[in-house]
Design a protein around this ligand. Structure first.
Ligand code: SAH
Length: 262
C-alpha cells in the first residue's frame, strides 16, 4: 500500500479531540485559525495522513483523512439527518457495493446520500428524489464538498408520482409516507433487490410492512438499533449517563417477481 501524502486541494480533518475537529481543504498560503493558535496549510503539505502538525501556540493537532461520516457531521442542514448507527444498518441490509444503482428519497440534507454514494463508488449511481428545491440546493453543496456529486443524480421530484429508473439494486426511503412508495419500488427494483426504509414511528413501520406484504416482498424485518457510548477510564469504565434514546426504525425487505404474497 502506498502512503497517503497530503497535497494542495486535499481535504483533511485537523483533529485536536473528538469535540474539536476542523474539516478543511488545503490551500497554499492559507491558515486555519483555532482557539489553540493557527496552523499554516503549507505545514501540512508533504506530510502523511496520521502525522501531527503544530499550531502557532505549539499545540499538536493530528491530520486525518476525512471519512464519509466526517463529511456528514459537518454538512449544512435543512433537515434532521440519519445517525451513523442507522446508516450502518441501512448500508449492510441494502446489500449495495461498488457499481450498485440505488434510488433514494428524500434527499433532505444529503447526509445519507453521501454515504450511499461513497459505497456505490465511481461505477455506481444514486438517484435521489426530493420535493423541496431549496433542500436540493443545500444537499448539492454538501455532496460536492464530500466529493461524491459525480455519483449522484439529484431529482426535484415527488417520488410518489413515479420512479423513472428500473432494474435498480436497492431503494432507500427516508420520508414520512414510505408505504405510498412501496408499490412503485416493486416496479423499479430488480428481482431480489432490496428496499430499506427508515421511519421514526411504529405506526409508519406497521403501514410499511403491510404494504411490503401486499407487494410480495419477502425477508421483511423491522429493526431498532440502540447504541450507548462507553466512557472509558481506568476503574470507572461505564456507559455515559446521557444517550440518544430514539432516532427511528429500519425496515428492510427483498423483492420477489411473483404477484401474490407467499
Ligand atoms: N436522509 C436525509 C434526510 C431526509 S428528511 C439525510 O440524511 O440528510 C426527509 C426528506 O424527504 C425531506 O427533505 C422531505 O422534503 C423529503 N420528502 C418527503 N416526501 C417526499 C416525496 N414524496 N418525494 C421526495 N421527497 C420527499
Amino acid at each position: 500500500m502506498s502512503k497517503d501524502i497530503i497535497g494542495e486541494n486535499e481535504d483533511v480533518l485537523v483533529f485536536l479531540d473528538r469535540k474539536r475537529t476542523f474539516l478543511i481543504r488545503v490551500k497554499r498560503g492559507q491558515s486555519l485559525h483555532t482557539h489553540r493558535g493557527y496552523i499554516n496549510h503549507d505545514d501540512m503539505i508533504g506530510k502523511e495522513f496520521g502525522d501531527g502538525v503544530k499550531s502557532s501556540l505549539g499545540i499538536n493537532f493530528t491530520i486525518l483523512k476525512p471519512t464519509p461520516i466526517d463529511y456528514a457531521k459537518k454538512m449544512l442542514r435543512s433537515t434532521q439527518i440519519i445517525y451513523p448507527k442507522d446508516m450502518g444498518l441501512i448500508l449492510v441490509h441494502s446489500g449495495i457495493g461498488c457499481g450498485s444503482r440505488v434510488v433514494e428519497a428524500g434527499t433532505g440534507s444529503g447526509a445519507l446520500t453521501s454515504v450511499l454514494a461513497n459505497f456505490v463508488g465511481s461505477k455506481g449511481r444514486v438517484y435521489s428524489y426530493e420535493t423541496r428545491a431549496e433542500f436540493l440546493e443545500k444537499a448539492k453543496k454538501n455532496l460536492e464538498r464530500a466529493g461524491v456529486l459525480n455519483q449522484v443524480e439529484l431529482k426535484n421530484k415527488d417520488i410518489t408520482t413515479g420512479i423513472d429508473e428500473s432494474d435498480v439494486d436497492a431503494v432507500v426511503l427516508d420520508l414520512a409516507t414510505p408505504w405510498e412508495v412501496v408499490p412503485l419500488t416493486s416496479k423499479a427494483l430488480k428481482g431480489s433487490g432490496v428496499l430499506v426504509s427508515f421511519s421514526p414511528t411504529i405506526e409508519q413501520v406497521v403501514k410499511t410492512v403491510e404494504a411490503l406484504e401486499a407487494e410480495a416482498f419477502v425477508n421483511i424485518e423491522a429493526l431498532e438499533s440502540i447504541v450507548r457510548r462507553i466512557k472509558v477510564k481506568k476503574g470507572q469504565t461505564r456507559p455515559e449517563t446521557l444517550m440518544i434514546g430514539h432516532t427511528g426504525y429500519v425496515t428492510h425487505a427483498r423483492k420477489t417477481n411473483s404477484t401474490h404474497n407467499q
